[in-house]
Design a protein around this ligand. Structure first.
Ligand code: UCC
Length: 632
């Protein structure tokens, strides 16, 4: 950037005498760069007249920006959790070094991904259809660093046994808010590796598995997850129209239209389609869906084989990442699942991507809380720093409590995943993992939007200004409660797993929560929190008893509140458990107490108010569509 030197500025000022325009290119930013009022005054003296007046209007004050510091060192709860459960020096030093890279290097790339979004080039200069998705250099660097740092590989190498998922997800948690949404392809890549592993690593998935879990950037592949079609975002089972036509060599050709495909520059994908029989017929519904593996490749002319990219989506957020509509026009694919077991087979992918989603949600909360806290130490209003205004601190403390609770819930699910994958999970832990996966995804997705929104407000107007980088946090958070299952679809998934396990998942929940609470019952400072959590657990038990005889529509209406109650009670127990650890800080206790002061069991409260009763559904509908006006 050009900074005006003193002789040059004099020259420029002379040239501009009598020209009725401000001298915009003699930048006031030079004042900010020198950072001293003195420099400003000197320049004023030198240029005089018109320029001085222009500068006087701008004024010498520039607000210090919030500074991103090493997110590992800044995060006392992450470090506390790891020193309790995974105190290995190798983990600490790796995360510390990685955090340093986030602050000094990667965060800048993330910003570049945001301001240089992908674009689609349909045709080359000679008219050939090429469908090239052009991504930024920074986006490519994200792929490189992801491989090098083992952001997927760690989950499969398992360097710390059952704790490897905690380690991997901690690393992703540091990466996520700086990654320019590269965590999205990583989530799908991890999910695809998991599916291939769970179906048995053999041809045709063998090479793909090696690439998805590779640390070699040139060998590393990312995967897509093409599930969504025009008729079915949530209702995949009846909405999937893509046909799989068997070929003589045992492969299939896919024909269909995928309506949302995220990170479409992937090297391969997993997708669902209906196998066509010899008569050209297919089986409807879930039992007609099978899971396919396909590579994304090009022919010698550079054309995508069997795929046309119709367009890139114009989205509220996640603009860093290409999301496309794809026409599958004879895409060669291999069936991975048994015929008709597509949804059940891709469910493993959903478990992984839903956990990744939760990582991104908690990481977004943590990032905005860190920046808001830093800013509060730099910004003065009404005669004192924001950090010295108790009401402002109360607001940030509430965000902090939400973030802490979400973090512990997330880490507990990662712990359970690690135990299951290493074959040491008890039956109870397997049930808990199944139940808590939709719970953590739906709850943290909603929290992220609320906390990040509150966080933006704490910067005042600056939180609304694009080139601060802050609004992008909110835009990207909004998707977290939508993709990978909306809040309501996941609430129904909670009911699904309760029903399919004949209630065993709930038994596991009650049993484990009680044991966490009873272990902390002799810690006097935690008494109010333990009492509140125990009370909520009893209320939940009563709800379950009362609901046992109710029909499906009653349970459907209760499902969202049930999921929230599970999240709040379990998180309360985890906060209490963490606060009762010998290395805990007084703030851990305070956070547990504050968390447990909220309504921990909304399903009981709303049940008592009749929210799920038979006549409520029609009243809700009448309310939503009410056209009555008092004026009529
Ligand atoms: O692709 C997308 C965006 C990609 C971007 C990824 C970013 C990740 C985060 C990044 C962070 C930055 S979004 C599209 C995602 N789509 C969904 O999430 C679909 C949402 N819909 C559902 O989840 C529905 O509930 C369905 C599709 C699962 C419902 O299907 P069905 O066929 O009607 O359900 P059924 O009949 O109840 O279940 C079929 C089988 C059963 O197995 P079996 O037959 O053995 O009993 C179920 O138990 O699937 C099993 N199943 C599950 N198993 C269903 N859901 C699950 C589950 N969650 N876990 C285990």
């Amino acid at each position: 950037m050009w900074v005006c030197s003193a002789p040059l500025s004099r020259f420029a000022a002379g040239l501009l005498c009598g020209i009725p325009r401000p001298l915009i290119h003699i930048r006031s930013a030079s004042v900010a760069e020198t950072g001293t009022t003195r420099a400003y005054e000197d320049q004023n003296c030198e240029v005089e007249g018109y320029l001085a007046f222009s500068r006087a209007r701008i004024g010498p004050f520039f607000q210090e920006r919030p500074v991103l510091k090493n997110p590992f060192l800044e995060d006392g709860l992450l470090r506390g959790y790891l020193s309790r459960h995974l105190p290995q020096e190798a983990v600490t030093s790796d995360l510390c070094a990685f955090g340093e890279r986030m602050a000094n290097e990667v965060d800048g790339w993330g910003r570049e991904c945001e301001v240089t979004p992908p674009r689609l080039v349909h045709f080359d200069a000679w008219g050939h259809r090429v469908d090239h998705i052009v991504t930024s250099q920074a986006w490519k660097q994200m792929k490189y660093i992801s491989a090098r740092e083992g952001l997927v590989a760690i989950g499969y190498e398992r360097p710390f046994g059952e704790w490897s998922r905690v380690y991997q997800m901690s690393k992703l948690y540091l990466f996520s808010p700086s990654s320019g949404l590269y965590t999205c392809p990583l989530a799908m890549t991890d999910g695809a590796a998991k599916v291939i592993q769970s179906l048995g690593v053999s041809w045709p998935g063998e090479e793909a598995y090696g690439r998805l879990t590779s640390r070699q950037p040139e060998h590393f592949w990312t995967s897509g997850q093409w599930m969504t079609e025009r008729r079915g975002g949530s209702d995949v089972a009846s909405g999937t129209e893509t046909l799989a036509v068997p070929q003589v060599d045992g492969s299939y050709k896919l024909h269909g239209f995928k309506w949302f495909t995220s990170a479409t520059d992937a090297d391969m994908t997993l997708t669902l389609a209906r196998v066509q029989n010899r008569a050209g017929a297919t089986t409807p519904g879930s039992r007609g869906l099978s899971l396919f593996y396909a590579e994304v490749s090009r022919d010698q002319e550079g054309r995508l084989k069997g795929i046309e990219v119709q367009k890139l989506k114009d989205k509220l957020g996640t603009r860093q990442m290409p999301t496309a509509e794809l026409l599958l026009d004879g895409l060669q694919a291999h069936r991975l699942s048994e015929e008709g077991r597509g949804v059940a087979s891709i469910a493993n992918m959903l478990t992984i991507t839903r956990i990744h989603n939760s990582v991104s949600a908690v990481a977004a909360m943590r990032r905005v809380v860190q920046l808001a806290g830093d800013y509060a130490s730099r910004r003065t209003a009404f005669g004192k720093l924001l950090r010295d205004h108790p009401l402002h601190m109360q607001t940030l403390a509430r965000m902090e409590v939400e973030t802490r609770g979400a973090f512990l819930l997330l880490m507990d699910v990662c712990r359970l995943l690690g135990r299951e994958e290493t074959g040491i999970a008890s039956q109870l832990e397997t049930h808990l993992l199944r139940l808590l996966t939709p719970v953590v995804k739906l709850y943290t997705g909603k929290q992220a939007v609320a906390v990040v929104s509150e966080g933006l407000e704490s910067f005042g107007g600056q939180g609304y200004i694009e080139d601060t980088g802050l609004p992008g946090l909110l835009r990207d958070a909004q998707v977290l409660s939508i993709w990978e299952g909306t809040t309501n679809v996941l609430s129904l998934d909670v009911l699904r797993c309760v029903a399919r396990s004949s209630g065993m998942v709930l038994e596991a929940f009650f049993s484990h929560t009680k044991s966490l609470l009873s272990a902390a019952s002799n810690v006097p400072s935690l008494t109010p929190a333990v009492k509140a959590a125990n009370g909520a657990l009893s209320e939940l038990g009563m709800f379950v008893q009362l609901a046992a005889g109710r029909d499906a529509s009653y349970m459907e209406l209760a499902s969202r509140d049930l999921a929230y109650s599970l999240a709040r009670i379990y998180t309360g127990a985890l906060l209490i458990d963490h606060a009762s650890w010998k290395g805990a800080s007084p703030s851990d206790t305070y956070a547990a107490i504050r968390w447990c002061e909220q309504n921990l069991c909304p399903v009981a409260t709303n049940q008592a108010s009749g929210w799920y009763d038979t006549d409520t559904a029609s009243l809700d509908t009448a309310l939503v569509y009410d056209k009555h006006s008092q004026a009529q």
